[in-house]
Design a protein around this ligand. Structure first.
Ligand code: SF4
Ligand code: SF4
Length: 328
């Protein structure tokens, strides 16, 4: 049996800063378009390419960029509609994290100004709904950086998904600007957020994020938890507001910071936290090198401490896979 199939090719569309593609997980994969067309043409192009890639897979034709990919499978999913949409299409952010993977482009600049991202995307998504390409009731959406709080069309996009009965929208946010659209998602039980706080006090936060906004972020997370709790139909809906701690060597890789982070998360009403290695830079700059011991130690420590504090713990999946391998 040959590995001709890929669920990303069948079920995913990913909007990046420069182009639309099928998959987000790898640097491989086929690029569909570079936003040169108008939204109607782009939606048609996506639809046609999805069909021809699917037909090709059935005949054993693997797209050029997918040939070396480990994620291919021997069997196709029965449902070939779009079930996952990744929206990582703008750089603008109101935070200045020193570890941000977009620093090559942003040069570390940030601002609180709300800016338009890419208006073509909203219209293209509307067209894809019209063309019946999206599996409405099973759609999962991922919103990633820049920052959604300073993305002008974010509320409009959230409304589009909610109006079409989206299953789940997960957003990464700095948490600096409170978003009514995120609040709406949480109240409806249709999504959640991860905010990388990476610290348990304003001093460490400022060193990492280059903004003096720790108290504001924690206050906003507390408000989001309260909004999530308003939904009584979804079990443990408050778990959908997650504070993430990325372990950063020399900044926060010590037990004291972890203790403060857990205590503060609890104080602001959070019920779930996430621990992660720093791997975006790690994979680029330390390929083949051993994963540092402090990562394992801190993971073990958090695994013990979080339940003692009454907090649920998510262990970042990519970090877990890397740590099991032991090398970047
Ligand atoms: S085969 Fe691999 S590279 Fe190609 S779309 Fe699927 S996951 Fe991406
Ligand atoms: S919040 Fe995210 S996008 Fe913004 S600077 Fe930090 S890592 Fe980059």
């Amino acid at each position: 049996m040959q590995n001709n199939y890929c669920n990303f090719l069948l079920n995913c569309i990913s909007f990046h800063q420069l182009h639309v593609r099928f998959c987000t997980t790898l640097q491989l994969g086929q690029v569909i378009s570079e936003y040169k067309e108008n939204p109607v043409e782009l939606a048609n192009k996506i639809t046609d390419l999805r069909k021809s890639v699917k037909d090709g897979m059935e005949k054993g034709v693997i797209p050029e960029g997918c040939k070396d990919c480990i994620y291919r499978k021997t069997e196709a999913e029965e449902n070939d509609k779009i079930k996952r949409i990744d929206l990582y299409y703008w750089y603008h952010c109101n935070c200045g994290c020193f570890y941000c993977s977009y620093r090559d482009v942003t040069k570390g600049e940030f601002s609180d100004k709300v800016k338009e991202g890419n208006p073509v995307i909203y219209k293209t998504l509307k067209e894809l709904y019209k063309l019946n390409q999206i599996d409405k009731n099973n759609l999962h959406v991922n919103f990633g950086g820049g920052e959604l709080g300073v993305l002008k069309e974010f509320p409009k996009l959230i409304d589009l998904f909610l109006d079409n009965n989206v299953m789940n929208v997960w957003c990464e946010t700095s948490g600096i600007r409170y978003s009514k659209a995120v609040e709406k998602l949480l109240r409806r039980g249709k999504g959640g957020i991860t905010a990388a706080v990476c610290s348990g006090c304003k001093e460490t936060y400022k060193k990492i994020k280059h903004r003096d906004k720790y108290n504001q972020v924690m206050k906003n997370l507390g408000k989001y938890v309260k909004a999530a709790k308003k939904n009584k139909e979804v079990f443990n809906n408050s778990d959908k507001v997650v504070s993430k701690f990325i372990i950063l060597n020399g900044f926060n890789n010590n037990y004291e910071e972890i203790d403060k982070w857990l205590a503060e998360s609890k104080k602001y009403g959070l019920t779930q936290v996430e621990i992660s290695m720093e791997f975006c830079w790690g994979i680029q700059t330390k390929a083949g090198q051993k994963i540092e011991d402090y990562n394992y130690k801190i993971f073990d420590y958090v695994e013990r401490k979080a339940p003692e504090m009454g907090l649920k713990l998510r262990k970042n999946e990519t970090s877990m896979a890397l740590m099991e391998k032991g090398v970047y």
